[in-house]
Design a protein around this ligand. Structure first.
Ligand SMILES: [Cu+2]
Length: 64
């Protein structure tokens, strides 16, 4: 899939990859990188996320 492409999930995904994030102004260092990621949750639940480079960077999205 192309970077920054819109994608509608099927519900079968094991994970979603946001791609590389870089600070504003440095995105050109790695073509295809960015500094935002948008995702719309259509089902209630608890969704974990992490930074694959820094395993201590984790979080949870709770959709109520
Ligand atoms: Cu990180």
């Amino acid at each position: 899939m192309d970077p920054n492409a819109n994608y509608t999930m099927t519900g079968e995904e094991k994970y979603i990859n946001s791609g590389w994030f870089l600070p504003v102004g440095l995105e050109g260092e790695y073509p295809g990188s960015g500094n935002t990621f948008t995702m719309t949750f259509e089902r209630l639940g608890t969704y974990g996320y992490l930074c694959i480079l820094h395993p201590w960077m984790t979080g949870t999205v709770i959709v109520e």
